[in-house]
Design a binder for this molecule. Structure first.
Ligand SMILES: Cc1ncc(COP(=O)(O)O)c(C=O)c1O
Length: 396
């Protein structure tokens, strides 16, 4: 049985009619950029996230870039982030001239380790102006935690460090829309809403996927939100008057319309993904594979929160990962490696001076992790085929 890593066709079949109606309406009006469809989607997102502002942008990458530009990060600034994430998080920091300070991950969750952040902050000191400076003398401005694979980072610990050191926190929630975190203050909090602002991605493969590139910035801060809007459109306010240099980060009406149709289904899809994860666990247990493989951790499962994990990806650790992946490919089973190299070891970041061995948990994850097929429509039979093929590999 062939089991693709991801198959979006059934989701589209179920929603084809309302999506086509929306797109047709846009074609009739010929209003393709921003406008009422984008505003409607932004309002729906505000409601879904329980936040004051949502700003639709052209991608998750552009959400991050807009945020970093609007916050004025630049040369002489250092920003703390995870070494184990999609490239955009650090790429956008580098594009504004800031230096990413790569931090190791918690091996259980793959998310940035608050203890490792604390260790890095311990190497920093106050400069003559009272600012926090890294060992090279750059000003440490912010922490960008990434809620990887649909699981929130330990935000209480991160926010506490940020408060102590007067740092801004920006959540990269590209993979985590709707994921919840059991905050110490007793209120469940959603990914992207626990800091100054959050970046969301609607890349088609995301839990909420557009029909092309799209993203959003969410924030409770009126002043920041206004800045993000201005930066979205070349720093223009009012029309053709530019006080700052922004970019073209506009969301288009087609994407907003597709997202607006899909958003009401998001929680059901995320629940179905959790069900898929439960079924994987049962089947791996039944196959006697749970001491060979490390299945995804669910640290917030007992919190009582519904979206304690939204399983954007289902990522296991597997011995002899590369031959296993090859074996699965031979059986028609799609897998992926997120990510094969820590960001600190990427060629383009040679200039930062990291060496192999600097971030051991990131490097181990890059060698051991494998993402298995994960989407709401995956059937139990397909999951059985995945588990059987893995069991066969370890028996050989
Ligand atoms: C953690 C993370 N950050 C940022 C992005 C960038 O989003 P986009 O692909 O929409 O530009 C992604 C997308 O995969 C991501 O996974």
């Amino acid at each position: 049985m062939r089991v693709p890593l991801l198959d979006l066709s059934e989701q589209y079949r179920n929603l084809a009619e309302p999506i086509r109606r929306e797109l047709d309406e846009i074609l009739h009006t010929q209003n393709f950029i921003l406008g009422s469809k984008v505003e409607e989607f932004e309002r729906a997102l505000v409601e879904y996230c329980g936040i004051k502002h949502a700003i639709g942008v052209s991608s998750g990458t552009d959400a991050l870039l807009d945020i970093f530009m609007a916050l004025g990060f630049g040369p002489n600034d250092t920003v703390i982030t995870s070494a184990y994430t999609f490239f955009a998080t650090a790429g956008c920091l580098a594009r504004v001239g800031a230096r990413p300070a790569f931090i190791d991950i918690d091996p259980a969750t793959f998310n940035i380790s608050p203890d490792a952040i604390a260790r890095f902050l311990g190497t920093c000191s106050r400069n003559g102006k009272g600012e926090l400076a890294d060992p090279a003398g750059r000003v440490v401005r912010a922490i960008v935690p990434v809620h990887l694979f649909g699981l929130c980072c330990e935000m209480d610990a991160i926010n506490q460090l940020a408060q102590e050191y007067h740092l801004t926190v920006i959540e990269d929630a590209a993979q985590a829309i709707g994921a919840e975190y059991p905050s110490n203050d007793g209120t469940p909090r959603q990914a992207g809403t626990m800091s100054a602002c959050g970046a969301l991605s609607f890349y088609p493969s995301k839990n909420l996927g557009a029909a092309g590139d799209a993203g959003a910035i969410i924030s409770d801060d009126d002043e920041l939100a206004a800045r993000f809007r201005t930066f979205r459109q070349h720093g223009m306010e009012p029309r053709y008057f530019h006080h700052v240099v922004g970019g073209n980060f506009r969301l288009d009406a087609f994407q907003a319309a597709v997202l607006k149709v899909k958003l009401p289904h998001l929680d059901d899809w995320s629940a179905a993904r959790r069900q898929v994860a439960d079924i994987y666990r049962e089947k791996f247990e039944a196959a006697g594979l749970t001491s060979t493989l490390t299945l995804p951790a669910e640290p917030y499962r007992e919190s009582g929160l519904t979206n304690h994990h939204i399983y954007h990806q289902y990522v296991i650790r597997a011995p002899r990962r590369d031959p296993l992946q090859e074996h699965l490919a031979g059986r028609g089973i799609g897998t992926a490696i997120y990510y094969p190299l820590g960001l600190h070891e990427q060629k383009c970041f040679d200039y930062l001076g990291y060496r192999s061995g600097d971030l051991p948990e990131t490097e181990r994850a890059a060698r051991e992790t494998l993402a298995l097929p994960m989407y709401p429509e995956l059937t139990s039979e397909m999951q059985q085929a995945v588990v059987d093929a893995i069991a066969e590999f370890y028996r050989l």
